[in-house]
Design a protein around this ligand. Structure first.
Ligand SMILES: [Zn+2]
Length: 392
């Protein structure tokens, strides 16, 4: 009998939840002290809400394009041709086209402006929600596969690459990364800054695809993939062995993007706050910061600076869902210890060498499409699979 195998590669639409949560937490440490008390009080809430934009995608068809921009749709010199400002870009390409191929840099600007307004209104709920949203979209712009129509390698027989890069690799190798991101800073030109991020991401695409091909030479189809069976369907995904071999090639790149994102998130938050006239955020806290809370923040910043969040079990993304969803009371050291991390703290291995600079000529990157394999109608928005990766 012929076994019918349905190939359903996992596709998660942004950094996986794990990476998003990591970025949200680290961004808080990268803030200036005038903002830190407020954000630290709401740390677990922000870490929880930062994945909300991905969760909205199923219910809201207008949500998905906010997370990416297919720059290769715009020709061989997309960054030269594309106006950075929304008005000029939509005048040139039409609003429909921009929405169709993704709006992440403009979405970042829009949410940043909304956050500025929330700071002006001293609206705590909106500040938290919009900070989480902004953190999400900024982070998505750091993922190379969010800048191409070949977003899952589906046009080059590399389907599944998306979640491999942004979920499986960071989840398996987080202990090797340096999470001590640079502090955030005020952005005089936030629009230019987010476009720079997109352009760097685009510059990494060549390596993202080519190194997968290179690693594939050492594997057979049997060793490259694993198959899982659920509800009568078979799902194909990259094997652990392949993920680790691929990580040897692109791990530096993943680590570099994961380290850069929190700095940019903190910078965007800070820019919105300053543009709102630097309101006193401590005054927004119904209860003043306690000594224990201040001490815990100082301790966590120290842990972060020493790049020991993972071995010290302070990374919320590695803790059980409950830890993220519990109320924002920061427990002092004397109280119950933090929920035990599900992660077995490994000896942090040497961090992979981060590339010194992003590839210099991103405009030239050609996203390969192999003749005949490209489906005419690419299904852009797949129903989102609930992330079930064992980390949360
Ligand atoms: Zn996303």
């Amino acid at each position: 009998m012929l076994a019918l195998v349905l190939l359903l590669p996992a596709l998660s639409p942004g950094w996986g939840f794990f990476a998003h949560r990591t970025i949200g937490q680290v961004a808080i440490y990268a803030l200036p002290s005038a903002m830190q008390g407020f954000y630290f009080r709401h740390l677990s809430e922000i870490v929880r809400l930062i994945t909300a934009p991905d969760e909205r995608r199923e219910a809201d068809p207008a949500e998905a394009p906010k997370h990416y921009i297919d720059m290769d749709h715009y020709g061989d010199n997309p960054f030269g041709d594309m106006p950075k400002a929304w008005d000029k870009a939509s005048a040139k390409y039409s609003t429909d086209t921009l929405r169709k191929y993704g709006t992440v840099p403009w979405t970042v600007m829009e949410v940043k402006d909304q956050l500025t307004e929330a700071f002006k209104q001293r609206d705590t709920t909106a500040i938290i929600r919009l900070s989480a949203d902004l953190g999400h979209y900024v982070s998505d712009a750091f993922v190379p596969l969010h800048t191409t129509e070949n977003y899952d390698g589906q046009l080059t027989n590399q389907a599944g690459l998306h979640s491999l890069w942004e979920s499986k690799l960071p989840e398996r190798h987080i202990a090797e990364y340096k999470l001590d991101s640079d502090p955030g800073h005020y952005l005089k030109d936030p629009q230019g800054a987010i476009w720079q991020v997109v352009q760097e991401s685009y510059g990494f695409l060549g390596a993202t695809f080519d190194l997968e091909e290179k690693v594939t030479r050492d594997f057979t189809p049997e060793t490259k993939y694993t198959y899982s069976h659920k509800f009568g369907k078979t799902r194909r995904s990259y094997s652990d062995a392949f993920a680790d071999a691929y990580h040897k090639e692109v791990g530096g790149q993943v680590a570099y993007r994961l380290k850069g994102a929190p700095t940019m998130v903190a910078s965007m938050w800070m820019t919105a706050w300053k543009d709102a006239g630097s309101p006193d955020l401590d005054a927004l806290l119904p209860k003043k910061q306690t000594k224990a809370e201040k001490a815990e923040l100082a301790a966590q910043i120290k842990t972060w600076n020493k790049n020991e969040l993972v071995p010290q079990e302070k990374l919320l993304a590695l803790q059980k869902e409950k830890a993220i969803e519990r109320p924002d009371e920061i427990k002092s050291a004397e109280e119950a210890p933090a929920t035990p991390a599900t992660y077995e703290a490994a000896t942090p291995a040497a961090a992979p060498a981060a590339p010194a600079t992003p590839s210099a000529t991103p405009e030239k990157i050609k996203v390969k499409t192999k003749g005949g394999e490209a489906p005419k109608q690419k299904q852009k928005i797949k129903p989102q699979k609930k992330v079930d990766d064992g980390w949360n």
